[in-house]
Write a protein that binds this ligand. Structure first.
Ligand code: BTN
Length: 254
């Protein structure tokens, strides 16, 4: 309707003023057979959620809070790769629309000047060991002022407006995300993960740097080498040993 440049992503859009979470609606629609590319977008989420059961602050009219339904015909072990495809697409869209230079913090945070501007949450519905649907949740802080953020995330969160000094059209940015995601997703389906991995690493903040990976079983210190096919992070410790990290919060060790 508003200058759509895509074949399937965003062709069917469910627009809501207020929801608990667009993820929840997307899960229901996917179960009911929604077509690939269906998008659920809301002006406000009352209980937006993030990874690891965290809350995702989603105030009215300030950001893009949306969930996209994909239906790749793939085994479920490939699902994490779609998170990385999405991260690259969002970085490219932000770059294109704002001129800002975002970076990716493994596994899927997007930062500008070291502060988080976007979070991605991918969830899966599987049939035996095949993917039935991937629900790609994307939250982009667009027009918040720095002091709109809750006290406890003031130092670690930012918005595109706070970084660029001007308000942005959320519709335009959403279109750019649709177009970039559709393109990269098709590349991924045709050529596999390798081209995505190269792009992802080129935007990654921590590759080649000394980091601390805070895992549930303790901190791991070392140099971030890169990601594997499964989206696992390889870290080389001081003794030369390489460890694989599946889930952690990453800090640059300065
Ligand atoms: C994270 O960084 O932990 C992921 C945040 C994901 C937030 C988005 S906003 C749209 C969608 N609906 C939700 O409840 N969460 C995702």
């Amino acid at each position: 309707s508003f200058g759509l440049k895509t074949d399937f992503i965003g062709r069917a859009i469910h627009y809501e003023e207020e929801v608990d979470s667009t993820q929840k609606i997307a899960h229901r629609l996917a179960t009911e057979g929604a077509v690939e590319g269906t998008v659920i977008v809301a002006e406000e989420q009352l209980s937006g959620r993030g990874r690891l059961d965290r809350k995702w602050h989603s105030p009215k009219y300030s950001g893009i809070w949306m969930s996209i339904i994909l239906r790749p015909n793939l085994p479920m072990q490939k699902a994490p790769q779609l998170t990385l495809v999405t991260a690259v697409a969002v970085v490219q869209a932000i770059e294109e629309v704002t001129g800002l230079l975002p970076q990716i913090k493994w596994p899927n945070d997007i930062l500008i000047s070291g502060k988080k501007v976007t979070g991605i949450l991918t969830e899966m519905q599987a049939d035996a060991d095949r993917i039935n649907a991937i629900i790609v949740g994307i939250g982009i802080n667009v027009n918040q002022k720095q002091d709109d953020f809750p006290e406890e995330i003031q130092q670690i969160a930012t918005s595109l407006a706070a970084e660029s000094g001007q308000n942005m059209s959320r519709a335009r940015l959403m279109q750019a995300v649709f177009a970039r995601l559709e393109r990269l997703y098709q590349t991924y389906l045709k050529e596999g993960f390798f081209p995505i991995k190269l792009l992802w690493e080129s935007y990654a903040l921590s590759i080649g740097k000394e980091i601390i990976a805070r895992t549930v079983t303790g901190d791991i210190y070392g140099k971030a080498l890169g990601i594997t096919e499964d989206g696992v992070l390889n870290i080389q410790q001081a003794n030369g040993e390489i460890v694989q990290v599946y889930s952690a919060d990453i800090f640059i060790n300065e």
